[in-house]
Design a protein. Structure first.
Lengths: 196, 146
């Protein structure tokens, strides 16, 4: 079970896990969690719990130049996640990195949202399993405003709030001068990381 | 007909759910389903979403008032993302005048479902802020302050 989440976050984690266990059709779920590290950790935990229920999980990583789902999916997603597959295997598709396209320049962001809005039906035609889009709350807020057609099809939004103590501990370690991977980043890279 | 709840519309929407599930078994009281219907403003996708969310929040075999309230609150918070600060005064104006001005500055409000449009039995159009948006404190404060 998720150990880094608040009580509310744990409940939402269980709700999401249950929703995915019950869902065997195309559906769009949002898993909202701010700290990147905990987001990945929770995704791994959820993957483990789904795999115990014999549900395969495949992950896709988007970025600011790689976000056109309709083009990416036939290349990168295994056939068991797609419609018309010869063998039916229960599966879930995790999508990460939407926040990178959202935090990119205005043109990229617009293109990303246009892709989501216009390709909504195409995604449903191609994908046979539920999608879980993992992203921080700032990105969800912008997506809800800028991609209203895609947003309208959501089946659920799950807020996986971390335990505040864990966040404070991480912040404390950073402030204590412990060498961090962030030290070597340029100013622009640090700004970019703030949005991730 | 007053610009208020349309009982026939509510009954029809509840029938949509009633054809899919046994309402008496799933809801601890049929009034809860009607409450979800009213809070959706009559928008069918939001109505079904509220029923779905209420299932998610129910702790036992039935959807009770607590689960329904949590569902309403959760969906209302999702609307919070779509209400820009610049829209608050426009929403207050729509709610006070019960009409949507014919102005491009207001055109996105029904598109984002922040405002819902209705017709009276005489065919006259009127508009109201989505009940889920009316629950947001930023709307309430502006509405009561203006």
């Amino acid at each position: 079970m998720a150990t880094e989440l608040s009580v509310k976050g744990k409940n939402e984690f269980e709700d999401l896990s249950r929703a995915l266990e019950w869902s065997d059709e195309f559906a769009i779920y949002f898993a909202v969690i701010n700290p990147t590290l905990i987001r990945k950790q929770m995704a791994d935990e959820l993957k483990g719990s789904l795999e115990k229920a014999k549900i395969k999980v495949h992950s896709l990583e988007l970025n600011s130049s790689y976000f056109d789902l309709v083009s990416i999916i036939p290349e990168k997603v295994p056939s068991y996640c797609l419609r018309g597959a010869e063998t039916v295997i229960r599966s879930v598709l995790f999508i990460f990195g939407a926040e990178e396209a959202i935090a990119a320049d205005v043109d990229t962001r617009r293109l990303f949202f246009d892709c989501l809005n216009w390709q909504r039906d195409k995604l449903r035609e191609n994908i046979a399993c539920p999608l879980v889009i993992w992203l921080p709350e700032f990105a969800l807020r912008i997506l809800a405003l800028e991609a209203p057609d895609f947003w309208a099809w959501r089946s659920g939004v799950y807020y996986l709030e971390p335990e505040p103590v864990g966040t404070l501990k991480d912040a404390k370690e950073l402030l204590m001068g412990v060498t961090s991977e962030y030290d070597v980043l340029t100013y622009q890279e640090k700004i970019k990381n703030l949005f991730c | 007909m007053p610009l208020d709840k349309n009982q026939r519309g509510i009954d029809l929407l509840c029938e949509v759910v009633g054809r899919r599930i046994d309402v008496e078994k799933v809801f601890s009281d049929e009034i809860i389903l009607k409450k979800l219907c009213v809070e959706s403003g009559g928008h069918i996708r939001d109505f079904l979403r509220l029923v779905r969310y209420a299932c998610r929040y129910s702790k036992g075999d039935e959807i009770d008032e607590n689960a329904a309230n949590r569902a309403i609150s959760a969906l209302s918070m999702e609307y919070d993302y779509r209400v820009k600060d610049a829209d608050i005064n426009k929403l207050v104006k729509v709610e006070k005048e019960k009409r949507l001005p014919s102005d491009m500055e207001y055109a996105h409000l029904p598109y984002h479902l922040l405002v819902l449009e209705y017709r009276t039995s005489e065919g006259e159009k009127w508009a109201s802020v989505n009940p889920l948006v009316k629950r947001l404190s930023k709307f309430k404060e502006a509405y009561n302050g203006n």
